[in-house]
Write a new protein. Structure first.
Length: 426
């Protein structure tokens, strides 16, 4: 995944700068601006029209050393990663007092890769929200400051009621940091409550407490916490635990997406269609709502593959998938059913069946009018669609079978048309 933006590399060693630049280009796909002196770095920061994604900072330059260099990108609110040849305890303590992302020893194994991963992580953190639950405003502020430094979005809460409301209001919360001592209930009681709704795949939880509460970690983790941090903590350890727990949730959600999505088109797959479609069918029946099943088939798709090649065929599939997805409304499901066939479960609006048929006809018309650009040339395609409604079916299977039969009739009638039962459109 290429990341838009620039990285400022403040480094006087030409060999190390070349290696670092190569890694940034290869792994992140973004531009590297190299400054070999403090003066050059200052000029780059002053003239930059857009803020840098991050700065990678050496501590020894021809015209400056140490803290002076570190403070420069910090002044411009640039996330800074210090890379130095060595670090004794005195330097480590000095750097700990600076609002930097991390410091790394150049010669250590994996230092360059770790720096790259930190930049990538900060890019991802911009869309990751963390909930901090603590009745101490001072602790809230401290934790929030640390998390914002790594570009996380942060929401705070002082008690269980506020925290529960925040979880309901912000679906992008991936991690909750929960203090053991809370007004009205203990941290483990609150964790047990929210675990009934938010499983480990959806939300990571880190318990936090003072060193005196030895059983706090055990009780909170038994209640459903993923991890535990004891106050006071080492900041580096705090960041590592946060990062690891966020990544675990992301990886679990990625695995779920792979299980439910079609790799080529990004649409849901047949498995997801039947799982969620069954729920949609049942809930619509209970609510007295009508749904329609639309089977869409790309006309003469085999000829496209034979004439233009399979790569061009893949582009056509992705383009048609995007068109169907764009036509799909809130709460509706669109999936790749197999090969060049797609299934769309749509909710009927105020205009009922005629409104639904109009939506499908509009889709057919837009696709017919579009030329799809591929490396093998421009390709014009058409689709056939079959529609059925749940008033005509007792189950999801029968609803889909009805749409499939309607699709068959549309193709038999000459393709490039929408069919509902014995009603044909062209």
């Amino acid at each position: 995944m290429a990341i838009a933006g620039k990285v400022l590399l403040i480094e006087d060693s030409r060999s190390f700068a070349a290696i670092m630049q190569k890694w940034i280009t290869m792994k992140l796909g973004c531009q590297t601006i190299i400054a070999r002196t403090y003066k050059e770095a200052k000029l780059e920061l002053e003239k930059s029209d857009k803020k840098f994604l991050a700065a990678i900072v050496d501590l020894n330059l021809p015209d400056a050393v140490g803290e002076t260099i570190v403070d420069l990108p910090i002044k411009y609110d640039i996330p800074s990663i210090v890379m130095t040849g060595s670090a004794d305890e005195e330097l480590r303590q000095t750097l700990k007092r600076k609002p930097i992302i991390d410091y790394l020893i150049k010669s250590s194994t994996g230092a360059i890769e770790h720096a790259i991963n930190l930049i990538r992580r900060m890019h991802l953190n911009k869309r990751t929200r963390i909930l901090v639950v603590d009745d101490s405003r001072m602790v809230q502020h401290y934790l929030k400051t640390l998390l914002i430094r790594h570009r996380y979005k942060v929401t705070t809460a002082s008690d269980a009621k506020q925290a529960a409301a925040a979880l309901g209001s912000y679906p992008d919360i991936r991690l909750a940091i929960i203090d053991h001592s809370m007004p009205g209930m203990t941290g483990e009681e609150f964790i047990a409550n929210i675990r009934r709704k938010y499983n480990f795949e959806r939300l990571a939880i880190i318990g936090i407490s003072g060193a005196k509460k030895e059983l706090g970690a055990v009780m909170m983790m038994k209640a459903g916490a993923n991890d535990f941090i004891t106050k006071p903590f080492i900041v580096e350890e705090f960041y590592l635990r946060i990062q690891q727990n966020v990544q675990i949730v992301e990886q679990m959600q990625q695995i779920k997406a792979y299980a439910n999505q079609d790799f080529l088109t990004g649409l849901y797959n047949r498995r997801f269609l039947f799982q969620q479609g069954e729920k949609l069918f049942k809930t619509s029946r209970i609510a007295g709502r009508s749904i329609g099943a639309i089977m869409v088939d790309i006309d003469h798709f085999k000829n496209i593959n034979d004439t233009y090649g399979h790569q061009a065929g893949d582009i056509v599939l992705k383009c048609i998938a995007e068109k169907i997805k764009a036509a799909c409304g809130p709460g509706e499901i669109v999936a790749r059913y197999g090969g060049e066939e797609f299934c769309w479960l749509a909710l009927l609006g105020e205009r009922g069946t005629l409104g639904m048929l109009r939506r499908v006809e509009d889709l057919r018309s837009k696709i017919e009018q579009q030329c799809i650009e591929t490396n093998s040339g421009s390709i014009s395609v058409t689709i056939s669609a079959g529609v059925s409604f749940n008033e005509e079916a007792e189950s999801l299977d029968k609803l889909l079978n009805g749409a499939d039969q309607s699709l068959y009739l549309a193709k038999e009638a000459g393709r490039n048309r929408v069919n509902w039962g014995d009603r044909l459109g062209a």
